[in-house]
Design a binder for this molecule. Structure first.
Ligand SMILES: [Zn+2]
Length: 140
């Protein structure tokens, strides 16, 4: 280790090769991180930004499951899923089945979101000539 500078005075299990390298900030972890990041790949979920993203993803998954179970009244119209649906419909009308495929959402959940957004006059729900339920965006 001669001639090498350590960024932090922590004991290391492996030697620190170059001075700009950082040691993982997780308690008890002495892995060298990549590209000067605060955490090693094994502890990246401790990063505040990653925690926030994961919490949001879990919140959205929970909401989708609730909407599929309980219907449109539990929809958060400002949430990521409702906003994704609106964004998709700006590209043109879609049937419920197509929205379900494109957004990887259960059909029951898509119906719940569309009903909530229709109440807010952001979408209209109708039927295609072949009888499928379809939705289109209303200009706000
Ligand atoms: Zn680590």
């Amino acid at each position: 280790m001669s001639g090498e500078r350590m960024l932090r005075a922590v004991p290391t299990r492996r030697s620190v090769a170059a001075s700009p390298r950082r040691i993982c900030e997780a308690a008890g972890c002495f892995e060298v991180t990549r590209e000067g990041k605060p955490y090693c790949p094994g502890h990246v979920t401790l990063h505040p930004y990653v925690r926030e993203v994961l919490a949001n993803l879990e919140g959205e998954r929970n909401e989708v499951a609730r909407v599929a179970r309980e219907g449109s009244r539990v929809v958060d119209p400002e949430g990521t899923t409702a906003q994704e649906l609106l964004l998709t419909l700006t590209r043109g009308p879609r049937t419920v089945e197509r929205l379900s495929r494109e957004l990887r959402l259960p059909v029951r959940a898509v119906r719940g979101y569309l009903e909530a957004l229709q109440r807010l006059r952001q979408v209209r729900i109708g039927r295609t000539a072949r009888g499928s339920t379809t939705a289109w965006r209303l200009s706000s």
